[in-house]
Every structure is written in C-alpha cells, then in structure tokens.
Write a protein that binds this ligand. Structure first.
Ligand SMILES: [Fe+2]
Length: 128
C-alpha cells in the first residue's frame, strides 16, 4: 500500500519515485522492494537541510537550510518540492551541482497553506 506523494528509493540503482496515485501494491525495482523515504530527523544537520519558506506578498521562496547547503558533485540537493497543505498541488524544482544555491522561488496565492521538502543525495529527505 502506498500513499500519494510518498517517495521511494531503490538502494541498488538509485531510482527515486514519487507516488502520483496510491495503490495496494508494493513498489519493486531491481528485483527488490523499494525503500520508503521517511523524513530525516537526525540532529546536527537541520541547519543546512531543513527547508525554510520565506513569504513576500505573492512571491514565495523556499531555501534549503538556515545555512547554505553545499552544491558539489558528491553532495548536493537533488530537488526541492512545495506541496499544498491539502496535498492537491505540487511544485518541484530539480537541482544539479552546477546550481550555486538550493532555492526555489514561485508565485501563488496558496490560500490553503504550503509545506516544503527537499532531498539531499547523502542525508536524505527533509521537510519543514
Ligand atoms: Fe546534505
């Protein structure tokens, strides 16, 4: 059984998938069950991983970390996602090590409220 917007990772090939519509089955890749990615909660890394949402009138910015996260070939933020509180709307920005900063800026009225999450290739999934 999966839930909408859950993220899963294959620990063999590195595939990461997001559930668009949930179903009863288990997700399998490379012949093994995929790992359900849980929100990280280990202490010590929050300052550079936890997404921070800044709101200026109708423009919103999601920045990864109170302190900037490194964007290097071996260690970087793979994507930032903004999800409405009712889980109906999703906005995602893919990042590469060439991006100097892990940041997503967008415009929306977002009356229902928003939450943000990001995936670090080393330290996993983080949410605000
Ligand atoms: Fe990291």
């Amino acid at each position: 059984m999966t839930n909408r917007l859950d993220l899963y990772k294959c620990n063999i090939c590195g595939n990461v998938v997001e559930v668009v519509l949930s179903g009863e089955g288990e997700l399998v890749c490379c012949g093994e069950n995929m790992e359900h990615l849980e929100i990280a909660n280990h202490t010590g890394d929050e300052a550079v991983h936890k997404p921070v949402i800044e709101i200026k009138e109708d423009e919103k910015t999601v920045r990864v970390g109170m302190m900037p996260h490194v964007m290097e070939n071996k260690h970087y933020i793979q994507f930032i996602e903004v999800i409405s509180d009712d889980n109906k709307y999703v906005k995602r920005k893919y990042l590469t090590p060439e991006d100097k900063e892990a940041v997503l800026t967008f415009k929306c009225e977002c009356k229902e409220g928003i939450k943000a999450r990001e995936l670090c290739n080393i330290h996993g999934l983080w949410a605000n």
